[in-house]
Design a protein around this ligand. Structure first.
Ligand code: SME
Length: 164
């Protein structure tokens, strides 16, 4: 395991992700504990790119249904449970696809955990084709996320699926 993340200065966003992803792989290599690995992955993303909020929601059984339940995160305190189809996270779960929200105020049903959040991306994590959780990132800037973020974060989501 490598306990450092080093990103050279002067890189554009795509290059930052290209540098970050192998370092995330090295960070979790040889460690089997899911929470420890997820906590470090979240910290690596947050510290490298400086988003407002970065976190993981686990899909868990809650009575007779499943819900998303808050896992490791960095940023302001957040809502702990999200239902199927609710908010951006529950919609990404329901539709089983990445959702990019350029302006959270324009997303019907957006769940505002922090009033500072202006844009958001939610990337589902799959095991055997089924959503098992979501990676959620919020930004203080409008329009923060694009296809480059989606592609890189989907690669990180595939990595997360291997450590759950
Ligand atoms: N905004 C999310 C809720 C989670 S917080 O952003 C951390 C949503 O609408 O699902």
């Amino acid at each position: 395991m490598s306990e450092n993340i080093n990103i050279p200065s002067g890189l554009d966003k795509k290059e930052v992700y290209r540098s970050l992803i192998p370092q995330i792989k090295a960070l979790v290599e040889g460690e089997k504990d899911t929470i420890a690995n997820l906590a470090n992955i979240i910290a690596a993303i947050k510290e490298t790119i400086g988003f407002l909020w970065v976190g993981y929601y686990f899909m868990k059984v809650a009575g007779d249904r499943n819900e998303l339940v808050l896992g490791p995160f960095q940023g302001p305190v957040a809502c702990t449970r999200i239902g199927f189809g609710k908010g951006v996270c529950g919609t990404a779960w329901k539709e089983a696809k990445t959702i990019v929200v350029p302006d959270v105020d324009l997303f019907p049903g957006h769940i505002a955990c922090s009033s500072l959040s202006r844009s958001e991306i939610v990337v589902p994590v799959f095991i055997n084709g089924k959503v098992v959780g979501v990676l959620d990132i919020d930004s203080k800037e409008l329009n923060q996320f694009n296809a480059e973020d989606a592609e890189a974060l989907e690669e990180i989501a595939r990595l997360i699926s291997t450590i759950l």
